[in-house]
Design a protein around this ligand. Structure first.
Ligand code: CP
Ligand code: NVA
Length: 304
């Protein structure tokens, strides 16, 4: 039975623990020459730009012994109107898994329901679960645990925030979102995360209040891919939500700053914070590689 990874809820907390342990082993290089996915081919169908997700998957797939195939929708028949079900059925005959980056999350659900191979969400307008796995690995590395950690997510309640909330709920971390009215995370994500959580999930307006008790401060761009038309209004509404030295002065001395990247330096985060001693942002980017390799191994290595 194939398994997809479309949101964090596709894994149990025990599986996330196992995956993070395996990602740590992979990072240490103990079995760098093992190729658990030898002979397999994995598609990367990206409808939006990407640096980290595309390159970390391509490199990770190669390191696992498999073959990555980048699929630009405008260069395959999908771009000329071939349907999602027909594309999904056809690709299932060649590939062993597919990573998809798209706009509406419903495309991922439809693709997954028509595929006989695992479908991995490489970002949709609603979720970014591979990012959240990298975030968990980074928090674990820097703080030594996940349970009872306090995260402050300051800014737009977007796809990255939604997956971070799900990750927090699954792994017993507390999360406070500071955002302006109208820019809250998705209500269905919040409802499910709150129903499952053994920890706090709080929405408030004041960034300093969120930062005050945080072990981790997290932000993302104010204007996500596909939202360019709303950009001026969003930037105005979010201008008081910048992560800067003033916000950091309210936080714990050992606070860790995360950002999924790409950053708009000078908007949601200052150079000073991004390049400063609290930033673990480039470790976080590296960890995408390790968690995604562990994820692929978990979903595919036992395949025939
Ligand atoms: N964080 C992240 O997914 O970056 P890319 O858009 O470069 O893939
Ligand atoms: N929220 C951002 C994340 C990019 C990795 C976007 O969707 O554009």
């Amino acid at each position: 039975m194939k398994r997809d990874f479309l949101t964090l809820w596709d894994l149990s907390s025990e599986e996330v623990d196992t995956l993070l342990k395996r990602a740590g082993e992979m990072k240490s290089g103990i079995d760098a020459n093992k190729c658990p996915l030898i002979g397999k081919s994995i598609g990367l169908l990206f409808e939006k730009a990407s640096t980290r997700t595309r390159v970390s998957f391509e490199v990770g797939i190669y390191q696992l012994g498999a073959h990555p195939i980048y699929l630009n929708p405008n260069e395959i028949q999908l771009g000329r109107g071939e349907t999602i079900p027909d594309t999904a059925r056809t690709l299932s005959r060649y590939l062993n898994a597919v990573v998809i980056r798209t706009f509406g999350h419903d495309l991922l659900d439809k693709f997954a329901s028509c595929s006989s191979i695992p479908v991995i969400n490489g970002l949709s307008d609603l979720h970014h679960p591979c990012q959240a796995l990298g975030d968990l690995m980074t928090i674990l590395e820097k703080k030594g645990r996940l349970k009872d950690i306090h995260i402050a997510y300051i800014g737009d309640g977007n796809n990255v925030a939604n997956s971070l909330i799900e990750a927090a709920s699954l792994m017993g971390m507390n999360i406070t979102i500071a955002c302006p009215e109208g820019y809250e995370p998705d209500p269905d994500v919040l409802e499910r995360a709150r129903a499952s959580a053994k920890s706090e999930i709080i929405i408030l307006r004041e960034p300093k209040e969120a930062a005050g008790r945080a072990d981790v401060i997290y932000t993302d761009v104010w204007v996500s891919m596909g939202q360019e038309k709303e950009s001026e209004e969003k930037k105005k509404r979010l201008k008081n939500y910048q992560i800067n030295s003033n916000i950091l002065s309210c936080a714990k001395k050992d606070v860790v700053v995360l950002h999924c990247l790409p950053a708009h330096r000078g908007e949601e985060i200052t150079d000073e914070v991004m390049d400063g001693p609290h930033s673990a942002i480039f470790d976080q980017a590296e960890n995408r590689l390790h968690v995604q390799k562990a994820l692929l191994e978990m979903l595919l290595a036992k395949d025939s």
